[in-house]
Design a protein around this ligand. Structure first.
Ligand code: F6P
Length: 502
């Protein structure tokens, strides 16, 4: 059998020789998906039917893929290191991007004597840089070794106060990171940090020199009092959850050097080129998306798990949760029709720790939950025992996938494992900036392909607004001891407010 996508009989991706499905140094192993030739044929036909290849081209060439907000999603331009023109509204966006690169490089060169860098931002303005700084911590080319990088996202002051207890005010710099420059958590944390600087007797010019803004709303940053030369722009065509490649990734450059940041972009760019040019049956983001699409329909799965067997990637599941569920957790398709199926719930954590929390459910729960295993070939510590630990780590990863796939029969039903539980293995040769960039881009494109398969706009997030709006009057009601107008709230909320005010 062959399909329009050119899949011959011998090319079932589940039967591919290990290492043959590879892009940007990453290997995808689908062997335990258990999808046969005929089923792949159907999946490729589905990809043809929805014009997946054309949709990919549209994404990468600035088509208005964000249909509700009428704009493109040009995050791939942010890692277009050869600066080939990327037109948007009749203008090439690359000169503005290259200007920011130059400014980041310049800032890295004069970044001396900083003991503490506090990155304030939430959601897409937090998960990516937080993950990357954590993932590369074992890296030997830390340029600012003595600088502590802190991330404050939560509106709960417990997070910020823990940081401020340790930071040295005179040598602290603050990045206020917000695409909109209006997010409640970020603006309140920024205000509190300014108060902390004042309480530590910094002059207003010292405070001004300590504050930087990274935003697409440069006017709001200026009105807030950030000096023009300390504002790093990005643009409305960069979705928040796709923004780590912009100046949002500044802490990565400041901690590990601009060259490392460029390596991150370069790995992502290599994945972009693969995504743009590989046939669907060899295209890693497409294969990942098609496999999950298949398993979701076959097993009616409502969740899938991602388990990186690399402690340095422990924040990857958090980043992926926003990427997948904010992009594709929708009940309305691109035409405004209600849909029954969209993103499954995403959960995960680092292996082997994960084995001691929810793996019981993965092995013996009644629902089949597909798993993405991520592993790194090279060990990530310099302890003399590093290789011994690493062998044990990888052995556990392979064994869990094997157990899920094959199961084990027993006369005692309590001791039997059903097996036939699908998983992928994504293997990185090592965890450096290049391969991390490739991994994140792989998942970004997979999310886009899933959105295409479900016919969703993956680039808006209207569902997050209602709660934000409702929080404002509650916050006002909680402000002081004065009585509040309980008629303005439903009975449940009014009685909760009442309790909190007593
Ligand atoms: O959670 C909603 C959201 O708008 C995300 O999409 C975004 O990443 C986050 O808030 C932060 O937004 P901003 O960067 O504008 O502060």
């Amino acid at each position: 059998m062959s399909t329009q996508s050119g899949l011959g009989d011998h090319l079932n991706p589940c039967n591919a020789v290990f290492g043959s499905l590879r892009a940007a140094g990453l290997t995808l192993d689908l062997a335990y998906q258990g999808i046969d030739q005929k089923e792949w044929g159907r999946l490729f036909a589905k990809a043809d039917q929805i014009g997946l290849q054309e949709q990919i081209k549209d994404l990468l060439t600035g088509g208005l893929v964000n249909t509700s907000e009428h704009r493109p999603a040009l995050h791939t331009a942010l890692r277009n290191l050869d600066k080939s023109p990327v037109p948007h509204l009749g203008q090439d966006v690359m000169p503005a991007i290259a200007d920011v690169w130059q400014r980041i490089d310049g800032l890295c060169n004069k970044w001396v004597g900083v003991t503490d860098l506090i990155h304030i931002g939430i959601g897409g303005s937090d998960f990516g840089p937080r993950l990357a700084v954590r993932a590369l911590a074992h890296s030997t080319n830390k340029t600012n070794r003595s600088m502590r990088v802190h991330f404050a996202a939560n509106i709960d002051s417990a997070e910020l106060s823990h940081i401020l207890e340790r930071a040295q005010a005179n040598s602290t710099k603050v990045l206020i990171v917000s695409k909109s420059f209006s997010t409640a958590e970020t603006m309140l944390n920024a205000k509190t940090i300014i108060n902390w600087f004042k309480a530590k007797n910094l002059t207003s010019s010292q405070i001004q020199n300590s504050l930087f803004a990274i935003t697409s709303n440069t006017k709001a940053a200026e009105s807030f009092g950030i000096q023009k030369e300390n504002i790093f722009p990005f643009w409305d065509w960069v979705g928040g959850r796709f923004s780590v490649w912009s100046a949002v990734g500044l802490p990565i450059a400041l901690q590990y050097g601009f060259d490392t940041f460029k390596q991150l972009l370069s790995g992502a760019n290599a994945m972009d080129q693969h995504f743009a040019s590989a046939a669907i049956h060899q295209n890693l983001p497409c294969l990942l998306a098609l496999a999950l699409f298949y398993q979701q329909h076959k097993h009616h799965s409502k969740a899938y798990a991602v388990v990186p067997y690399a402690h340095a990637l422990e924040l990857f599941p958090f980043w992926l949760q926003q990427l997948d569920m904010e992009s594709n957790g929708k009940s309305v398709d691109r035409q405004g029709n209600f849909v029954k199926v969209s993103s499954p719930t995403v959960f995960g954590s680092a292996g082997t720790n994960a084995q001691h929390s929810y793996f019981q459910l993965l092995h013996q729960g009644p629902e089949v939950i597909p798993v993405d295993f991520i592993a790194v070939k090279a060990a990530m510590s310099t302890l003399p025992e590093a290789q011994e630990h690493h062998n044990a780590l990888l052995a556990n990863c392979l064994a869990q996938a094997q157990a899920l796939a094959h199961g084990k029969e027993s006369k005692d039903s309590n001791l039997s494992y059903a097996g036939k539980r699908p998983s992928n293995l994504i293997m990185l040769p090592k965890l450096d900036a290049y391969h991390l960039g490739a991994l994140l881009a792989l998942y970004e494109h997979r999310t886009f392909c899933l959105g295409a398969l479900w016919n969703l706009n993956s680039f808006d997030q209207p569902g997050v607004e209602l709660g934000k709006v409702l929080a404002r009057p509650i916050q006002d009601a909680l402000k002081n001891d004065a009585p509040f107008n309980s008629d303005a709230f439903d009975g449940v909320t009014a009685s909760r407010i009442d309790f909190l005010k007593k």
